[in-house]
Design a protein around this ligand. Structure first.
Ligand SMILES: C[S@@+](CC[C@H](N)C(=O)[O-])C[C@H]1O[C@@H](n2cnc3c(N)ncnc32)[C@H](O)[C@@H]1O
Length: 262
């Protein structure tokens, strides 16, 4: 019953294109910087994954990715979807490939995209070491690039959207639905509540970027956006992705409708 009587959050979702681009550049600058400083730690903020400790803890890092992919598989399975029928997947915000690698070991092809070149470089390095050849990594220059990625059986994104301001989270969700084949699935993790969180674009842009940010969109906006983009929600689970009892994070599995009454 945590947060059962919580008041509504005041969150600005719409903004003009100029501010939208300023927000996106801020995300890119933050993640490029994090990638240059501590690329693995920026993905999982545990000292075991700091640059100096990574080599001896690499397997543990990859096992965590495997566990998250098992989580996606289990959600699909609970909704009656045979994982064996999934050939192609898009990993949005792939980081150093923690999830893409595990996914690529199970399906034919993974497209993995990220806003940070340094994360993609580390991901390519890991794949070479592990002899993984069925992942195509791409840098996202602008959100418009997402529509050009093609259509996939499965689109997934974990611990990514939360680092983007609300107007960008909603736009990314809309664009990701274009990448799902009709009848295909999307699995995304998004924080939907944070105690005392409110968001104004103007106030945000007045502050200095100070590293990794955490953002939230209201739960009804998440579901409305998916539904209005042709997705039927199959399952919603609360997950511990944010690791903070003052926040709520949801993992949503949705299916792209073939037609209105699908
Ligand atoms: C915490 S890491 C998670 C990486 C991966 N999803 C995982 O679970 O291992 C977040 C990643 O998302 C990327 N990212 C954040 N915002 C993004 C955006 N708007 N477009 C593309 N990538 C983004 C960052 O560069 C970073 O590599």
């Amino acid at each position: 019953m945590r947060h059962a009587t919580a008041p509504p959050m005041n969150i600005e979702i719409d903004t003009d294109s100029e501010n939208f681009l300023r927000l996106l550049r801020r995300v890119e600058d933050t993640w490029s910087k994090l990638g240059k400083e501590e690329v693995y730690w920026s993905v999982i903020t545990d000292n075991n994954f700091r640059e100096i400790n990574f080599e001896k803890n690499k397997n543990k890092f990859l096992e965590m990715g495997e566990w998250d992919v098992q989580r996606i598989k289990a959600a699909l399975s609970r909704s009656g979807i045979a994982f064996e029928k999934i050939d192609t997947a898009l990993d949005f915000g792939c980081g150093v490939g923690r999830l893409s690698i595990s996914m690529a070991q199970k399906i034919k092809h993974v497209t993995a995209v990220d806003i940070s070149e340094s994360h993609l470089d580390a991901a390519n390095k890991l794949c070479k070491e592990l002899n993984i050849n069925n992942i195509e990594f791409k840098k996202i220059q602008s959100l418009g690039d997402i529509k050009e990625l093609g259509e996939f059986d499965l689109v997934f994104s974990l611990i990514v959207l939360q680092h983007n301001p609300p107007p960008i989270i909603v736009e990314i969700i809309k664009l990701l639905t274009f990448c799902v084949k009709p009848g295909g699935h999307i699995y995304i993790q998004v924080p939907t509540y944070s105690k005392d969180y409110n968001y104004s674009v103007k106030d945000h842009l007045k502050t200095e970027a100070k590293g990794m940010e955490m953002h939230v969109i209201p739960e009804y906006i998440l579901y409305d956006t998916l539904y209005n983009c042709g997705m039927n929600i199959l399952e919603v689970t609360e997950d511990g992705a944010v690791g903070d009892l003052n926040m709520v994070s949801k993992a949503v599995l949705a299916k792209k409708r073939n037609s209105f009454c699908d």
